[in-house]
Design a protein around this ligand. Structure first.
Ligand code: RP5
Length: 167
């Protein structure tokens, strides 16, 4: 199965990417994580993106904060799907990164997830790999059914809390 490459702009972005790693682990998908900055190490960013496909990666998750050019720069050098995660850092709390990542010019798409959306970035990556992998698809169905059960549990708890109001 294809692997996932996770590129973070700084080690300070790692807490958000821990959420991605636990999802990928749960689905049994191998991932490599590297720090590489569009601004501080632009040559390395280009190299990592260029080599990703031949190294066996199927999707790249790129997370960055502030003026977050990393996902866009990575997308410029590869035909692999790139998922951008805006990180909440600095005085603008991630809105700067969100705008940078989501406003890509035509021709170079980046799939932007929510600010600090490490979980959804990984799930989207799994869904992309699942297009060609029925075993992964089954696991995604099971995941969705767990989500459904958790909402059913919430409804039961809510019901009993409302009933307690009358006591
Ligand atoms: C961005 O600048 C990184 O992605 C990080 O979110 C932010 C701050 O980086 P550090 O100063 O913590 O290395 O490039």
């Amino acid at each position: 199965m294809k692997k996932i490459l996770i590129i973070i702009g700084s080690d300070s972005d790692f807490p958000v990417i821990k959420d991605s790693l636990s999802i990928l682990k749960r689905f049994g998908i191998e991932a490599d994580t590297i720090v590489c900055s569009a601004h501080r190490t632009p040559d390395q960013a280009a190299k990592s993106a260029r080599e990703a496909k031949e190294k066996g990666y199927g999707v790249i998750i790129a997370a960055a904060g502030l003026a977050a050019h990393l996902p866009g720069v990575i997308a410029a050098y590869t035909t692999l799907p790139v998922i951008g995660v805006p990180i909440a850092s600095g005085p603008l709390n991630g809105t700067d990164a969100l705008y940078s990542i989501v406003q890509m010019p035509s021709g170079v798409p980046v799939a932007a997830v929510a600010i600090n959306g490490g979980t959804n970035a990984a799930l989207l990556a799994v869904q992309i790999l699942a297009v060609e992998n029925s075993e992964l698809s089954e696991k995604l169905y099971a995941y969705k059914s767990e989500l459904r059960s958790s909402v059913e549990r919430k409804n039961m708890v809510l019901k009993s809390r409302i009933a307690d109001l009358d006591k």
